[in-house]
Design a protein around this ligand. Sequence first.
Ligand SMILES: [Zn+2]
Length: 242
Amino acid sequence: MIPLQRPALHPGLAAQLDRATAGIRAAGPSTASGRAAWRKAARPKAQLRLMLRQMAPGLERCMYCGDNLGTDIDHFEPIAQAPLRTFDWQNHLLACAHCNSNRKRDRFPRDPATGDALLIDPCRDDPADHLLLYLDSGAYDPLTVRGEATIEVFGLNERPELVRGRRLMFAVVKALLLTWQAAEAPAEAEEYAAALHEIHHADVVRSVLGLRRSRPLALAVLGPAVLAALDRLAATDGRFAT
Ligand SMILES: [Zn+2]
C-alpha cells in the first residue's frame, strides 16, 4: 500500500453524486436503499471508476494489495455501516475483486474508544506510518494497531502470492536499477524507469526508496552498486524524488 492523491471531482459529477445522496436520504438511509441506488447509478459509477483508475498505483492496481488489477469500486466505509456515504467521493477506492469481495466485504474495524476507522486509507494516511515492509522476506510488520488491522483484514501476510510476489519484486527492482544505470540510450533508460514506476507491488519500490533515509541500512540491504543507482534515479527523475 502506498499513499495516493485524490483529485477534486468535476462539478457536474459532484452534483450528480449529491443528488444521489439526497435520493437515499429521501428513501430513508439503509443498507438496502444505499445498495439499490448504487446498483442503478451506471453513469456516475463509470466516471468514478475512470478517476480511480487514474489515481491507482502502477497500472491500475488494487489500492490495498497493490498486486491485482483494480476492478471494483470499494466503499471504504461500507454501505452497510454508512449508507449516506454511498456516493461520497472521499469514500471510494479501487480494489481487486479478491480484496473487495473475499477479504474486506463489510468488515470495517473501529477503535473501540473513539469509533475511528482502523483500516488505513491510502488517500488520507501514509501507509508507511503503520506498516513496515521487510524486503528480504516480503512480509509486513505492523507498526500500529491500524497497521495490524489492515494486515489482518486484507490478509497481506496470509496470501502467499503477495508475500512471495513482494520478495521477488525486490529482486526485480534491484536488477532494474542496475540496468537503468547501465542503459546508454535515453529512451532505453526511460523504459526501465517507467517499469520501476508502473510495476505492480509499488510498495516494494517505495520501501526501497525509503531506505535512503538511513545510509547504513540502505547500504546493508541494497549494496553499494544498487544504492548508487538508486541515488542517481532519485536525483534525476521527479517520479522517484523522496
Ligand atoms: Zn487487492
